[in-house]
Design a protein around this ligand. Structure first.
Ligand SMILES: [Zn+2]
Length: 305
């Protein structure tokens, strides 16, 4: 199994007090430094190319993000999305990690991959940065799998506590992509109702504040995993946010690290049943550093087994 990351992803800095801090990725990488992860094949993420980004973003958006390079301090794109001097480069490496991971599993270099990158991606829409996200990394990966590898069925499973509105926007008219999301509602960004179905390829499963392991597992077991199996994906992509953990400061769902091991095992089974085992996961949210470290460890541990 391969682990894609890049040092510049630690330098993207939205400023003091911002929850999407470099300390998040440090906590994940430190956790993955334990002996039990010694088998991870660590790979430096390349940059995504303009062509790869343009499959899901407008040229105006790509130009805007790549054109912002403050000499110091930060530039604010919206209420909670900021860029520092290293941010454009970090955005390119984060999206590039996903592209390289897709190439690796499609070429058989590895079966599964985890991208320990930031900024996260699932709120970025075709034409705008949003919710700490610059480029939609997982969407770039799905589009690459279709365009470069000719896949006809790519599944994206998103268990971040926030709805992946950007991913949904990008693929809502693309039947080759099935987007499945569990998320808290009401919560930022306010989208993700069960009525939002795209062309039958979008499945949203809201959880209510205060719900936890039981409701989460029931939702995936009864509704989401059967939809994923019926789709018979040729590749499984995962937007792995860990902010549904009970200790997370930005939401009110009560998952524990074991729940992340559980959902990961189910998604590995899905990949083995239909996709030759091919699964690429990427870090999205998760804002309590300890909860993030143990949850990401549980996730990657289950990917390694
Ligand atoms: Zn989130």
């Amino acid at each position: 199994m391969q682990l894609f990351t890049h040092a510049v992803c630690l330098q993207h800095d939205p400023g003091p007090g911002h929850p999407e801090s470099p300390a998040r990725l440090r906590a994940v990488l430190q956790a993955l430094d334990q002996d039990r992860f010694a088998a991870l094949d660590r790979v430096e993420a390349p940059r995504a190319t303009r062509e790869q980004l343009l499959r899901v973003h407008t040229s105006a958006h790509v130009d805007r993000i790549l054109g912002i390079c403050p000499e110091s301090d930060t530039v604010r794109l919206d209420e909670d999305t900021l860029m520092s001097p290293a941010s454009a480069e970090a955005g390119l490496r984060a999206a590039g990690a996903l592209v390289a991971a897709v190439d690796a599993v499609m070429q058989g270099t590895t079966t599964r991959a985890f991208c320990a990158v930031r900024p996260p991606g699932h709120h970025a829409t075709p034409d705008s940065a949003m919710g700490f996200c610059l480029f939609n990394n997982v969407a770039v990966a799905a589009a690459h799998a279709i365009a470069a590898h000719g896949l006809k069925r790519v599944a994206i499973a998103d268990f971040d506590v926030h709805h992946g509105n950007g991913t949904q926007d990008i693929f809502q008219r693309e039947p080759r992509v099935l987007f499945i999301s569990s998320h808290q509602s009401p919560l930022y960004p306010g989208t993700g109702t069960t009525e939002e179905r795209g062309v039958g390829n979008i499945v949203n499963a809201p959880l209510s504040p205060g719900e936890g392991s039981y409701e989460f597992r029931a939702l995936w077991n009864d509704a989401l995993l059967p939809r994923l199996h019926a789709f018979k994906p040729q590749l499984v992509l995962v937007s792995a946010g860990f902010d549904a953990h009970s200790n997370d400061p930005l939401a009110d769902i009560r998952l524990q690290a074991e729940d992340y091991a559980w959902i990961t095992e189910r998604l590995v089974e899905l990949a083995r049943a239909h996709a030759g085992g091919r699964l690429v996961s990427t870090l999205e949210g998760g804002y309590d550093l300890n909860a993030l470290a143990v949850s990401a460890s549980a996730h990657v541990g289950a990917l390694l087994d």
